[in-house]
Design a protein around this ligand. Structure first.
Ligand code: AKB
Length: 316
């Protein structure tokens, strides 16, 4: 029986992952933590919850001593665009939180998952079918923390034997909790505006391709990687994974199949555009497929139909 501690449980990924893990391993076996309390009536509030500021290493350790997790899923972090506005804060949260979590996992003898990102690549990385092992010289503070985090997790595995595992997530698209402060967030916002206004103004320019994934595939990937036979893992931190690559025009065209009057406009944000331009167009997930059987279900077509159905239920 598992005993899991999740940080950043109220974020875009955390709020859905906690529910998913509780369905698999039992509500009482998944402790959700975040820096603020969950709203009453939300799914996260239905099971164990503790306040935890991940930059407080001592607090992290105390939470782990109390809960005795066999798995720590550390999600609390700033995303790329917010990080770029406040690099010191990004370093403190992304790296301070990570080392606190790794120390807690080391003491608890817990497995440890934390996400890296396509943001761990930079302008000198091969842009098309970016290999698993390649040049990683990002020029954003988010990317710097993601590469450092990958190295730190590998170090804790090699030096202390902590069972660290991670994936490089692409942009995640879901309808439960909106993302905040990311570069790929447009690919979520577009669905909300398509239903509410039948139009969207994109801050990312036409022709900018980035990798994306629908939330159910992201949730499954975390569980599949954590359940994978360690003997098969040649890599650990972190596996390239993706389900689709598109630019704003492609997703708009897909939405138009359901909402023919949908209109697309552009007001490009130079900061987020520069970040997007430094990231790959598409990444190669062969290592994840071969080492732990990664297999996404949703492509652009399937994701778009489901997003629109689910969001209509939520918004109308
Ligand atoms: C972001 O845009 O910052 C994230 C990511 C791809 O890491 N969604």
């Amino acid at each position: 029986m598992k005993n899991i501690l999740v940080t950043g449980a109220l974020g875009q990924l955390g709020s859905e992952l906690v529910t998913h893990l509780r369905e698999i391993y039992g509500t009482d076996n998944v402790l959700a933590t975040d820096i603020r309390n969950p709203q009453e009536g939300t799914k996260v509030a239905e099971g164990p919850f503790e306040l935890l500021d991940v930059t407080d290493g001592n607090g992290f350790m105390q939470a782990a001593r109390k809960w005795k997790p066999d798995t720590i899923i550390h999600l609390a972090a700033l995303l790329s665009a917010t990080a770029e506005k406040n690099p010191m804060l990004a370093w403190n949260i992304n790296m301070g939180g990570l080392i606190g979590g790794l120390e807690a996992a080391r003491e608890a003898h817990a497995s440890f998952f934390t996400p890296s990102s396509i943001g761990a690549f930079g302008p000198s990385t091969p842009k098309v079918m970016t290999p698993q092992d390649t040049i990683q010289r990002p020029r954003t503070i988010y990317g710097v923390t993601k590469v450092s985090g990958e190295l730190l997790c590998d170090y804790y595995h090699l030096k202390f034997g902590v069972d660290t595992r991670g994936v490089r997530f692409p942009g995640l698209i879901g309808y439960v909790t909106a993302p905040g402060g990311g570069t790929t967030d447009y690919a979520v916002d577009i669905f909300y505006d398509a239903i509410r206004k039948k139009s969207y103004t994109s801050y990312i320019a036409e022709g900018t391709f980035m990798d994306m994934m629908y939330m159910p595939d992201a949730l499954k990937a975390v569980v599949d990687l954590m359940e994978a036979d360690p003997g098969r893992l040649l890599h650990r931190n972190a596996f390239n994974i993706t389900a689709m690559s598109f630019d704003p025009e492609l997703v708009a065209a897909e939405i138009r199949k359901h909402i023919p009057e949908f209109k697309m406009g552009y007001e490009v944000d130079p900061v987020r555009q520069a970040i997007a331009d430094s990231w790959p167009n598409s990444i190669d997930c062969t290592a994840a497929i071969e080492e732990w059987g990664f297999k996404p279900t949703y492509d652009l077509e399937g994701m778009t139909s489901d997003m629109l159905v689910q969001l209509r239920k939520k918004l109308i």
